[in-house]
Ligand binder design. Structure first.
Ligand SMILES: *[C@@H]1O[C@H](CO)[C@@H](O)[C@H](O)[C@H]1NC(C)=O
Ligand SMILES: *[C@@H]1O[C@H](CO)[C@@H](O)[C@H](O)[C@H]1NC(C)=O
Ligand SMILES: *[C@@H]1O[C@H](CO)[C@@H](O)[C@H](O)[C@H]1NC(C)=O
Ligand SMILES: *[C@@H]1O[C@H](CO)[C@@H](O)[C@H](O)[C@H]1NC(C)=O
Ligand SMILES: *[C@@H]1O[C@H](CO)[C@@H](O)[C@H](O)[C@H]1NC(C)=O
Length: 688
């Protein structure tokens, strides 16, 4: 345990370095700005505090995604967004506050006699058309603070860095001037389904505003477009005809609005930024047919312009929906611990933003909205597509927000394995090594985590079916589910030397926590069998699970400490028994209360400043498994200690990347991983 003295010293150091503006609920390592897909993912790294106009925003992986904003007030120029450098002079607006919710990041900056409120809204919707829309809002609202009225013009641009992982690729562009002013930017020679440094190399980036009021636009070299606005308070409505590379005299895509005379009643301009690709995912069908799948929203809109126009006009409704969700999350999470809502709110956009919701076309070329699949990118760890043991930790977010999404994310894996294209008797690890290519693993050489993935598929299938009330997936894929159960029956009580989901920690035989998952998986199949009317099978599997628990209790006990071991017979070892969460979630009461009580008492004694280590091999831990473990302990004080120490890590000012789930419990620093969807697991306490 950390000494009190040390903890106090660290706190004092952080207190000194805190941002000069107010932060609500706290300042995170990185702030989500526009986060709606694996490729529309713009963030503002923080460390100990970076103002909205203190640095460029970046793609989640760290590449600059330049996003600029200026406001002119009675002819005086202020920068409010990004880090532009131009010869023309301007002042820096002063950040006064920052607040985040589940869907919004809100900054207030003062620019002379006005306040500029910049709201970044990335909607989280339950309507599938809206959910699949890869667009995000930036609302810039200006109000006078000195009682007088002031003339105000607002400017913003993005660069072509949003479009490519390499600045050497050539880009081309066009501007639509219909009911919307919309810049469209594409690569001259796109590479469908390809990535560079995790950025996609095809599709179109859009930067748009409604074409109403005194609006102007311009595409051209960064210093000319920005300098032109600073000189003239408006843009020249010209489009540079010289298509070129991203970094060749940096073309930028500017939009400006004259808000006129602004009093204490706010006046605003709404921007939308988006990244649209079609198709989005390649998926393998029987017969080695590669299916091109498209975003769900195409079932309603036939052009990007229609979608963007709807999106911009829908802002007040989108904001109301977002505010309702934000309030619900806040209220549900605050019932558990005052430190919990911030963790959950910071996790939601990141987790949902790793997914794309797709449909296919019928033979006659119509959209088939009965064929819905969700694809998840295993962001930052290795870029796999629909990794089962990434979907599994993330699954509480689906159970909480929209459980159908859980069935949509399982469907591609089920369909592929039911087609016979996968050779192993256990569940596949992922649907493809490189997002967005869902080509499976016909050689069966995917990363082997047999017990983990069989257990995960069984537990998730039952949990999603229960929550949606839709058993059709269980019925359709009953044979596969039973096949995986046979694997667990033979291999989960005494797990062979293999990886657990925490593959970075290496292989290990006889992992206590892995056996728990397998046994819960068998018990889940007992209920699935019951649902399918196979009562004798249900009784058999239920008896096997019960028998395994009895045996497991003997194998897993430590002879020297009051805790479960990490591996059978290794008495000095222990770890987070997060797989008991399946038993709690599904209400099986499979493992005796004494196991839960013993683990609770043990964890109380092994907290470091930033949490309980994942296991005795290292001092690092996982944030998702920490919250899962907090959901199985029997003492709310211990539960709250997990939450509070995690909040300590995520608000300590020592990190700058989007929420990392792998960090050191002593130093509070990121060990690896960032922006991963597994943070959806932080909602675990909201679904039990
Ligand atoms: C802005 O005005 C200054 C002074 O007239 C001029 O030197 C500069 O070139 C102008 N900038 C742009 C981008 O037109
Ligand atoms: C739509 O997709 C579903 C699910 O894959 C499929 O069963 C159905 O046949 C498809 N409909 C058409 C008209 O192709
Ligand atoms: C795994 O545990 C079983 C039961 O205690 C034991 O028989 C076996 O030797 C162990 N295997 C390894 C590799 O430690
Ligand atoms: C199976 O069990 C369910 C629930 O206990 C019961 O309602 C049903 O009648 C049983 N079916 C058979 C064929 O025994
Ligand atoms: C129970 O299931 C196991 C594993 O599938 C099987 O070997 C056994 O025969 C079954 N027992 C009964 C009574 O059906």
């Amino acid at each position: 345990m950390r000494s009190q003295l040390f903890a106090t010293a660290v706190y004092a150091l952080h207190a000194l370095a805190a941002p000069s503006w107010t932060t609500t609920p706290f300042n995170p390592p990185s702030i989500p700005l526009a986060v709606r897909s694996p490729y529309l993912s713009a963030w503002l790294g923080q460390g100990q505090g970076t103002a909205l106009n203190g640095a460029w925003s970046t793609f989640w992986a760290g590449q600059t995604a330049a996003w600029t904003g200026f406001v002119k007030v009675d002819g005086e120029s202020y920068s409010f967004l990004g880090a532009p450098a131009v010869p023309e002079s301007f002042l820096q607006a002063t950040q006064k506050s920052f607040e985040f919710t589940s869907t919004q990041s809100i900054f207030v900056l003062s620019a002379g006699p006005v306040d500029v409120t910049v709201t970044f809204l990335s909607p989280i919707e339950t309507d599938l058309v809206k959910l699949s829309t890869p667009l995000s809002y930036m609302d810039v609202s200006v109000a006078s603070t000195d009682g007088a009225s002031h003339s105000v013009e607002v400017y913003s641009d993005i660069s072509a860095e949003w479009l490519s992982g390499s600045d050497n690729w050539n880009v081309q562009w066009a501007t639509t001037t219909t009911d919307i002013l919309s810049h469209a930017i594409q690569l001259t020679s796109p590479a469908v389904y390809e990535e560079i440094d995790d950025q996609t190399q095809y599709g179109t980036v859009y930067y748009s505003i409604l074409n109403s009021g005194k609006v102007t636009y311009q595409i051209g070299q960064d210093i000319l477009v920005r300098g032109g606005f600073l000189n003239n308070s408006a843009l020249d409505n010209k489009v540079d005809p010289n298509f070129r590379a991203v970094s060749d005299s940096w073309p930028v895509f500017g939009l400006a609005k004259n808000l006129g005379s602004v009093s204490s009643t706010p006046a605003s301009v709404l921007f939308s930024v988006g990244h649209i690709r079609d198709p989005v995912v390649e998926y393998i069908l029987p017969g080695n047919v590669k299916q091109a799948r498209s975003s769900y929203f195409w079932s309603k809109y036939s052009t990007a312009a229609e979608l963007i126009s709807f999106f911009l006009n829908d802002y007040s409704s989108a904001l109301a929906t977002a505010n309702t969700l934000d309030a619900k999350v806040q209220s549900d999470a605050a019932k558990i611990s005052p430190d919990y809502p911030g963790i959950v709110a910071l996790s939601i956009r990141q987790s949902i933003g790793a997914n794309e919701l797709t449909i296919s076309k019928t033979a006659s070329g119509k959209w088939n909205t009965s064929d819905v699949m969700l694809f998840m990118k295993e962001i930052s760890s290795d870029g796999n597509l629909n990794t089962v043991d990434v979907m599994f930790p993330a699954s509480p977010i689906f159970l909480y927000l929209l459980p159908e999404l859980g069935q949509y994310v399982l469907e591609p894996l089920f369909r592929y394995q039911a087609s016979g294209l996968y050779p192993n008797k256990w569940s596949i690890h992922d649907m493809g090594a490189h997002y967005p290519k869902g080509l499976g693993h016909p050689d069966g050489l995917d990363e082997a985590m047999p017990v983990v993935q069989c257990g995960n598929m069984l537990i998730m299938s039952l949990a999603f079916a229960r929550k949606t009330g839709d058993n059709s997936q269980l019925i359709r894929y009953h044979a596969l589910l039973d096949q995986w159960t046979q694997y667990l029956i033979s291999d989960s009580l005494i797990p062979a030397n293999q990886l657990s989901t925490d593959d970075f920690a290496g292989t290990l035989a006889n992992q206590t926590n892995l056996a728990i998952k397998g046994i819960v998986g068998i018990r889940a199949m007992a209920e699935i069998s019951q649902i399918l009317g196979n009562n004798a099978t249900a009784a058999n599997y239920s008896a096997i699970a019960g028998d395994y628990v009895t045996k497991w209790q003997v194998y897993s006990a430590s002879t020297t400490g009051a805790h479960l071991t990490l591996a059978y017979g290794e008495s000095a070892t222990w770890g987070l028994s997060y797989n008991l969460f399946g038993d709690v979630l599904l209400g099986f009461n499979l493992f005796p209360a004494s196991v839960y009580e013993e683990q609770t008492a043990w964890y109380k004694t092994v907290f470091n400043q930033y949490g309980v280590p994942l296991d005795t091999r290292h001092t690092y831990t996982k944030s998702d498994w920490s919250i899962w473990t907090s959901a199985i302990v029997t003492d709310t004080t211990v539960r709250d200690q997990f939450i509070t120490s995690l909040k300590g890590y995520i608000s300590n000012g020592l990190n700058t990347v989007p929420f990392s789930d792998l960090f050191d419990t002593i130093t509070g620093q990121v060990v690896g991983f960032q922006a991963r969807p597994v943070v959806g697991g932080h909602l675990a306490l909201l679904v039990i």
